[in-house]
Design a protein around this ligand. Structure first.
Ligand code: NAP
Ligand code: GCO
Length: 264
């Protein structure tokens, strides 16, 4: 009976940007719990490779080509998904980019691009999916992928922090406005994870790599599959009375002020 709480059998999950990285890892976790998986890519050229990768995990996924910032594409492709596959029960707003540039040097266009993808994108996709959930009176689950930067600043990632901080509050507004339709909107806030997005600052000898290993009480970078439990929880009936919550999966980073470099 307890496991039933976490059972996603018969549910359809859309994971944006789920061609690799954290998105694919969370999607595989949702599939392990029984969900049918749909993902998107903005250029379509990664869908075939991603489908093969999902098959290696024993998952028969479906890939769709749309950019989360282009509302016309989002509306058209989500309607197609709901026609060809099934109505969406679970949305994971995972697609996102980062630009690491000091504010003084950052072009306004660069700043806007990050905000557009990391904050406006989840609004567009979230609203499109929620409209369908409301029309069907089905209820549903929305999971927005936030960040340590939803809570903390860091040199060079101003646009990303502004977007992820905004995404935390967008999540709370989704929760506020859509709870009455039995839609639970929550966030997952990953700490520092080993993906292509962090590869430039994670390699051996990079000062940031040493910093993060020391700053994280767990003493290491997270593994993408370590987000699967949080994703299953927030996608399942186990979280039906959880709304507007950001679940941080960070190895303890937000729990601590940190320690001197000479302390273990
Ligand atoms: P990633 O490897 O860069 O993957 C991001 C995905 O989003 C890519 O597949 C990318 O597609 C897609 N994407 C970007 N812009 C898009 C758009 N406009 N429309 C559709 N898809 C788009 O990143 P990740 O490390 O897996 O992170 C995934 C999410 O977790 C991001 O939101 C990130 O901010 C967040 N996060 C990551 C970490 C971490 O440590 N890695 C920690 C906290 C939060 P393309 O390949 O075409 O660019
Ligand atoms: C960075 C990293 C972080 C992580 C993540 C931390 O440059 O600081 O890329 O932003 O991606 O968001 O939670």
């Amino acid at each position: 009976m307890l496991l039933k709480l976490f059972d996603l059998t018969g549910k359809t999950a859309l994971v944006t940007g789920g061609t690799h990285g954290l998105g694919m890892a969370m999607a595989v976790g949702l599939a392990k719990a029984g969900a049918r998986i749909v993902f998107n890519d903005r250029s379509g050229d990664k869908i075939h490779t991603a489908l093969e990768e999902y098959r290696k995990h024993g998952v028969e996924a479906a890939g769709y080509d749309f950019d989360v910032t282009i509302e016309a594409q989002v509306i058209e492709q989500i309607a197609l998904i709901e026609k060809e596959i099934a109505p969406i029960d679970i949305l994971v707003n995972n697609a996102g980019i980062i630009k690491r540039v000091p504010m003084i040097e950052m072009d306004v266009a660069e700043f806007r691009e990050v905000i557009d993808i990391d904050l406006v994108g989840p609004f567009i996709v979230g609203r499109t999916v929620a409209k369908s959930m409301i029309a069907r009176q089905s209820g549903g689950k929305i999971i927005n992928i936030c960040s340590m930067m939803s809570e903390l600043g860091r040199n060079t990632v101003s646009a990303y922090a502004a977007a992820k901080g905004g995404l935390k509050m967008l999540t709370r507004n989704m929760a506020t406005e859509w709870a009455r339709f039995n839609i639970q909107a929550n966030g997952i806030g990953p700490g520092y994870f080993a993906t292509s997005q962090t590869a430039p600052i994670r390699h051996e000898g990079h000062p940031f790599n040493e910093f993060i290993i020391h700053r994280t009480p767990a003493g290491r970078w997270g593994l993408p599959e370590e987000l699967q439990g949080a994703a299953i929880f927030l996608a399942s009936a186990a979280s039906d009375f959880v709304n507007g919550h950001i679940l941080y999966v960070d190895g303890g980073i937000l729990a601590t002020i940190g320690k001197p470099s000479n302390e273990l």
